[in-house]
Design a protein around this ligand. Structure first.
Ligand code: MLT
Ligand code: ZN
Length: 460
């Protein structure tokens, strides 16, 4: 089908204003948040409800045109943007809004895939509820994108990743059929867990349109503290003590270099009189004030200095030193971002080995979610000719110490060819069978997650 015909048919479904072909209008949908992954879309289509998504998917399927579902486009592995060929349609779910009533008895709420995380937070908090997943990009990240990537974020230590907080989904499959698992019943042993399968499928199996989310009680009393420490080992020792506290909700680390960059790019004042090698941002929350139990743990810990947030806005002030790392790194250049998990026992050794692995080919900034061993290895000033070798060296070491090459950002286009490092041939074959069964024509997100097959002519 020629492009003009496809445009006309799509416009008949979603309205002409929601089929974008103008290069300037398409631009923000074609480039990822870091600026590293920039593709070219055939067009961008913005359906307004599930029926429109289904019709769009059917039309693209008939035309043999691949579809890249996109949420807030805050992804960091190139999974939300089209490839370079100008052949793929970007299907933006941002118009799939709507938040249902808070179902207090069931502790659930139903949302459209295009709802931003911050919007959901504003909706549920007045009723005393919270969504367990939180991340720095909350104002732009959509629930659809978070579910597609099984986003982790800052509170996994207490509430788990997105998968643990999604009870059910509605999704449009490759044939245009609508899968309805929105009931999200707490007990429902009727066959395969298709909700669990679609969470983290990175837009390769279906277009998520709505979700039934689990809610947790919002804990009203919270204490945030920024700890200055000697080393990563010292941070891990404090973490081991903090994990005894049920109130622990967050344990985020960063280093002296990262803090200096954040202060330079944001203008924030220094949190302490002098610089320290490692910082740990912690937050405890409860129905009762957790300040005393946190202070007890810290009194016995090898901490160089502590800044405690006296109220919520002070807590947010301290959190900004960690949360503003991504934008500070972006402001310094286009980073090579490697989001990995390293088993905690291996973490100090891995970090100590990094300079040797990088061999002067990158300026590293390390930060992340300490309790999960989730290290964000952000590399600046990597020459294009070195990117492959640097990525390969770091990810191979992650695999060698029993880690994961993607902790929370997904595999995307960035790491598909490295998947074999931490997934076996059997594992990849099983994933490929699932892809073939649910998306036999390779309609959704080609090049994302699964490595391309060597067979000529095979579409993925
Ligand atoms: C974070 O933890 O801040 C996010 O995963 C984003 C990033 O890695 O830059
Ligand atoms: Zn993160």
């Amino acid at each position: 089908m020629d492009s003009d015909r496809l445009v006309r048919r799509l416009a008949a479904v979603v309205g002409g204003a929601h089929v974008l072909t103008d290069r300037a209008l398409c631009a923000s949908y074609e480039t990822d948040f870091t600026g590293r992954y920039a593709g070219r879309a055939r067009l961008v289509v913005r359906p307004g409800d599930t029926a429109q998504v289904a019709a769009v998917v059917r039309l693209c399927g008939e035309a043999g045109v691949a579809v890249v579902p996109q949420g807030g486009n805050t992804g960091l592995v190139g999974g939300s943007v089209p490839g370079p060929g100008g052949t793929e349609v970007v299907l933006s779910v941002r118009r799939l809004g709507g938040i249902g009533p808070v179902d207090a008895g069931a502790r659930r709420v139903t949302v459209g895939a295009g709802v931003a995380l911050a919007e959901l937070q504003r909706h549920v908090r007045p009723y005393g509820w919270e969504f367990g997943v939180d991340l720095a990009s909350r104002d732009s990240a959509t629930l659809g994108g978070m579910i597609a990537t099984n986003a982790g974020g800052e509170r996994v230590v207490k509430y788990g990743t997105t998968r643990a907080n999604v009870a059910g989904v509605e999704a449009v499959m490759a044939d245009g059929g609508v899968l309805d698992r929105l009931a999200g019943l707490p007990k429902d042993n009727t066959g395969y867990d298709l909700t669990g399968l679609l969470v983290g499928s990175e837009g390769t199996l279906a277009v998520l349109t709505r979700a039934r989310l689990c809610l947790v009680p919002r804990l009203p009393r919270r204490t945030t503290a920024l700890l200055a420490l000697d080393s990563l080992e010292a941070a891990l020792a404090v973490l081991a003590e903090l994990r005894l506290l049920e109130s622990l909700e967050l344990a985020e680390f960063f280093t002296e270099d990262g803090l200096a960059l954040v202060m330079e790019k944001s203008g924030l004042p220094a949190p302490f009189r002098e610089a320290h090698p490692v910082y740990l941002l912690v937050e405890c929350a409860g129905r009762r004030d957790p300040a005393e139990e946190l202070a007890e743990v810290l009194a016995g810990a090898a901490v160089r200095d502590v800044a405690v947030g006296v109220d919520a806005s002070d807590g947010r002030r301290l959190a900004a030193y960690r949360e503003r790392h991504t934008e500070a790194v972006n402001a310094a250049g286009i980073p090579l971002k490697l989001d990995v998990t390293v088993p905690l026992a291996e973490l100090p050794g891995f970090v100590a080995e990094l300079p040797g692995l990088l061999a002067g080919r990158a300026r590293p900034y390390l930060f992340g979610h300490l309790a999960e061993g989730n290290l964000h290895v952000n590399l600046l000033e990597v020459a294009p000719a070195d990117e492959e070798a640097v990525t390969g060296a770091v990810l191979a070491r992650v695999a060698a110490v029993g880690g994961s090459i993607s902790a929370e950002h997904g595999v995307g286009r960035a790491k598909a060819r490295h998947l074999h490092l931490t997934r076996s041939a059997v594992d990849i074959a099983a994933m490929r069978s699932i892809k073939d069964a649910l998306d036999p024509a390779g309609l959704f997100s080609p090049g994302t997650l699964l490595p391309p097959l060597a067979r000529p002519g095979t579409r993925r």
